[in-house]
Design a protein around this ligand. Structure first.
Ligand SMILES: Cc1ncc(COP(=O)(O)O)c(C=O)c1O
Length: 380
């Protein structure tokens, strides 16, 4: 029996990252709200957000009453530092630097740009567990950072979030938790445990891809609720922030212990992918020499994304294409509800039309070969 699993989990996470302190929540977006509020982000403040992101991030900003200001991306699918410099000093209260697929982009320039316009630096490390810039783990470059452990993340407990921050800020965070956070509901905890058991059986028996497809189908048909449901009230009230349940904490501690093994597998898979791409004259994804990263999904840019995705689906191959919008999965009028208007981030919109990506975990060499052959045969 664990003495205090919440404290143990938080302490182990912080020490693995090299952070001063960590606090766990039931979702990554809750950790982001907690961090923004602890940093005194208030109604009407403008917050710079990567224009290649998901609803969780936009929701968290809006829940605090602040306004997301979308910053266009560069070829790393991270914020382009020049887009920050277009803003006058003190106009953005904070910028959320999202390390897409584990890659921090041009991090030194991004940090300089934020400092130049006097914006608080927050890192979104939802994709970046195990990724370093120089000798320092991502998440340790600003005032605080958040992680997500939702399905599909580098390490997952099905759902889950964490924030890390300085020793000074942690007192604010703890006060916010005490005032606003509640325990996770038992029903949600049990549903999550059932999903984890199904996922574990599926990945051991090699049918994970099919289970994921079934999950997506049930979600799209409205039989189960997905993690990206647009609630246009964006209301902050007691209970928005939840503590993770005991079973999730137990799972988190287990996953943390085996994470070095996962990292090693992902590194090996990326080497395999890059060898295959080079043999087929497909450009590999450029990263800075300073970035020692664990890549969550391996990006490739193509002119006929939809065609390739369709063929991959027919062959049951795990080639994916998210994010499918600057604030995934929102389209058209729903984008306006999170302050995105078409054309605000033209480069992001172009990359979104071209991006496909490959898994770097739980995939066999034969399947990778099939995926890359499919791309080579169909690429335009
Ligand atoms: C870039 C990014 N940030 C934050 C999150 C936090 O998400 P959640 O609240 O679902 O844990 C996610 C999850 O999908 C993400 O992809």
């Amino acid at each position: 029996m664990l003495e205090n699993p919440l404290e143990q989990y938080q302490d182990e996470f912080a020490s693995q990252i090299g952070a001063k302190a960590a606090r766990a929540t039931a979702l990554g977006r809750q950790a982001l709200v907690l961090l923004l509020k602890a940093l005194d982000i208030k109604e009407g403040d403008e917050i710079g957000v990567c224009a290649f992101t998901c609803l969780s991030v936009a929701e968290a900003v809006k829940v605090t009453g602040a306004i997301p200001v979308y910053l266009d991306v560069d070829e790393h699918l991270c914020i382009d530092p020049d887009q920050i410099l277009k803003h006058s000093k003190n106009s953005l209260k904070a910028v959320i630097l999202q390390h897409t697929f584990g890659n921090p982009g041009r991090l030194d320039e991004l940090l300089d740009a934020c400092n130049y316009i006097n914006a608080i630096i927050i890192e979104d490390c939802a994709h970046a567990l195990g990724s370093y810039w120089g000798e320092k783990h991502l998440g340790c470059f600003g005032s605080g950072a958040i992680f997500s452990f939702q399905w599909g993340k580098p390490y997952t407990t099905g759902q889950g979030g964490m924030l890390i921050c300085s020793s000074e800020l942690i007192a604010e965070v703890d006060q916010m938790l005490e005032t606003w956070a509640v325990p996770q509901q038992i029903k949600s905890a049990i549903m999550l445990e059932i999903q984890r058991k199904a996922y574990s059986v599926a990945s051991k028996t090699g049918v994970e891809f099919y289970i994921r497809s079934l999950y997506k189908l049930l979600r799209d048909k409205g039989f189960i609720s997905g993690s990206f449901k647009l609630d246009s009230d964006f209301k902050f009230e007691k209970g928005y922030i939840k503590y993770p349940d005991r079973l999730t904490l137990k799972e988190g501690l287990k996953q943390l212990k085996r994470y070095p093994e996962v990292e090693e597998k992902r590194r090996k898979t990326v080497c395999l992918i890059e060898n295959m791409l080079e043999q087929n004259n497909i450009p590999i994804w450029q990263r800075s020499e300073n970035a020692k990263i664990i890549i969550l999904r391996y990006p490739i840019f193509v002119e006929n994304k939809n065609e390739i995705l369709q063929i991959a689906a027919q062959k049951n191959l795990d080639i994916a294409g998210w994010y499918n919008s600057p604030v995934h999965p929102l389209k058209n009028d729903d984008l306006v509800k999170v302050n995105y208007a078409k054309g605000m981030a033209p480069d992001a919109e172009i990359y979104i039309e071209k991006l496909i990506h490959l898994p770097t975990y739980n995939v066999t060499e034969e399947d990778l070969e099939l995926m890359i052959n499919t791309i080579c045969n169909e690429i335009k």
